[in-house]
Design a protein around this ligand. Structure first.
Ligand code: RNT
Ligand code: ZN
Length: 436
């Protein structure tokens, strides 16, 4: 383990831990403040704890996967940067890390797997030959923890990615391989759903061109053909999602699966569009898209991520984007119409802490949204009272939201405040350090 580890970062004596009695006292006052605005904090806590949020397995090992490979491939347009020690090296370690992370996470959680996390007993099994059997250990583990699973075909980091293309390749053999892989994944999603409840199988491909794209039409036509084959057979209760993107590394000029493409594809085929917070122009508001898209599709998948200057997949924080997405979901009574998921990979910090920060953040955002005195703002808006609306929005920032969040953590039996940092430092010392 590097000398500068979590122990040095853990607050220990530097920050006095939050005590239950402090949290309860602060909550009592906070509850009154919110009640004065017509907001029931107990109800908000219950609702926020009940929302299933899917935590991605790939933060545990920097999107490496568990495959037995027969050669190196490029990352396929996604890249984890950093070399903080202690990355998980196999399925057991990922499961152990998440078991520990769960002790820090309040509420209802799912786990999100990628096909590259198949456990094939040391044998090389190509992606088009994967079956639910190769995920048996994941499924048993999830069942024993009462966790739902979500799933993703892995259409990158593989020799069958030809000239940056998979499902949209002009090579029929390449397309056939990835079609088979995606169908195999839908069957795996179905097996997961049968055993554990709703499973979203989300297709993301990096397909695109680096520069001066000459043919934008052909790849999109072929992608439609491929996706139609992938989705041809009903595979309920598996839920199919498609994830758009603006650009990828080395594919800056053209992405076949753009937002318009997938939004309309999903709408016309009864699939679920996935909005990743990092997959749009940086000034574009994903929050604003919710009421637009959900007017025409039943469900959305959100990948809560955090772009810095580009789709950098930084750990999700309670920034304006996340707040706004949560606000819009709650305001539109659409929390249940969204599959909430995380998507980030930071290899430069303790990975369990990354999970804790990002996962707690999304639930925090939902709680914050559920505590909004929204009815008052709507009333002011329709009364043409712009000043009152603005004042309310400002006042919202002053409300003791943190006290309600701390109480939610206390109720859920997980550490509040920064108390969880010391626990992660302990896990790093005991478990992660052994991996070096
Ligand atoms: C990539 C997409 C995608 C991946 C995962 C690993 O830009 O966001 O969701 O991050 O499938
Ligand atoms: Zn994503």
């Amino acid at each position: 383990m590097a000398t500068k580890g979590m122990s040095a970062l853990a607050m220990g004596a530097a920050v006095a831990p939050l005590k239950a009695r402090q949290i309860e006292a602060a909550y009592k006052i906070a509850k009154e403040r919110f009640a004065a605005l017509g907001v029931n904090t107990d109800k908000a806590i219950r609702a926020a704890l009940a929302v299933p949020i899917s935590v991605h397995c790939w933060q545990a090992d920097d999107v490496k996967g568990l495959e037995v490979k027969d050669g190196a491939t490029d990352g396929g347009g996604i890249q984890a940067t950093g070399n903080y020690p202690g990355a998980a090296r196999n399925g057991d370690e990922i499961r152990a890390d998440f078991d520990f992370a769960l002790t820090l996470l309040p509420g209802t959680w799912k786990f999100n797997l990628h096909a590259m996390y198949a456990e094939t007993g040391g044998k090389r099994v190509d992606r088009n030959e994967l079956t639910p059997r190769h995920f048996a250990r994941w499924i048993d583990w999830a069942a024993s923890r009462k966790l739902g699973l979500d799933f993703n075909p892995t259409c990158f980091a593989h020799p069958m990615v030809k000239d940056g293309l998979t499902l949209s390749s002009e090579d029929k053999g390449v397309r056939a391989f990835w079609i088979e892989h995606c169908i195999a994944c839908r069957k795996i999603g179905q097996a997961m759903a049968r055993r554990l409840g709703p499973c979203v199988t989300n297709i993301w491909i990096a397909d695109g061109r680096k520069d001066a794209t000459a043919d934008r039409w052909g790849p999109r036509e072929r992608l439609i053909g491929s996706l139609d084959k992938v989705l041809a057979r009903k595979m309920s209760p598996n839920v199919d999602a498609v994830e758009s993107k603006l650009f990828g590394i080395g594919l800056e000029d053209y992405t076949v699966g753009s937002n318009e493409f997938y939004l309309l594809y999903a709408q016309s085929r009864g699939a679920v569009p996935c909005f990743d917070l990092g997959h749009f122009h940086l000034t574009e508001s994903v929050a604003d898209k919710l009421s637009g898209a959900l007017s025409f599709v039943d469900k959305l998948l959100i990948h809560a991520s955090r772009p810095i200057r580009w789709d950098s997949d930084h750990v999700t924080r309670l920034n304006d984007d996340v707040k706004a997405v949560c606000d819009e979901a709650v305001r539109g009574n659409a929390v249940d119409r969204i599959y909430w998921a995380l998507d980030f990979f930071d290899a430069s910090i303790n990975r369990v802490a990354a999970w804790a920060i990002g996962s707690r953040t999304v639930r925090k955002g939902l709680l914050r949204a559920m505590l909004e005195p929204h009815a008052l703002a709507v009333k002011a808006e329709y009364a043409g009272n712009g000043a009152a609306k603005l004042a309310l929005a400002e006042y919202r920032e002053e409300l003791p939201f943190g006290a309600v969040w701390d109480y939610l953590c206390l109720k859920a039996g997980v550490p509040a405040g920064l108390n969880w940092l010391d626990a992660v430092a302990g896990y790093e010392r005991k478990v992660l350090a052994e991996r070096c």
